[in-house]
Design a protein. Structure first.
Length: 89
């Protein structure tokens, strides 16, 4: 075999290897994009759930609701003026 044939064969091998590398990189890119899209969807769903939980927490800790629970279930009342003691330094 002449040097010219060997050089052409080597270039062919490198071209095929390069093409396989490009195809592999594109496939990996597609897979990563699909994974990214799935994670973004999950992030959006978690943000929606977090907003709902914050709203629920705000509802449960509302001052009027806590006062009603304290009065009705625990029998608590505000102390009257005679029961209030002011401490001064």
């Amino acid at each position: 075999m002449s040097a010219r044939v060997l050089a052409a064969l080597a270039l062919l091998v490198f071209a095929v290897a390069s093409a396989i590398g490009v195809v592999s990189a594109r496939q990996q890119s597609r897979q990563l994009f699909v994974a990214l899209s799935a994670l973004e969807l999950e992030r959006d769903e978690l943000n929606i759930e977090y907003g709902r939980l914050q709203l629920e927490q705000a509802t449960w800790t509302e001052t009027n609701r806590l006062e009603q629970l304290a009065r009705n279930q625990l029998g608590m009342v505000f102390p009257g003026p005679a029961e209030t003691v002011v401490i001064r330094r």
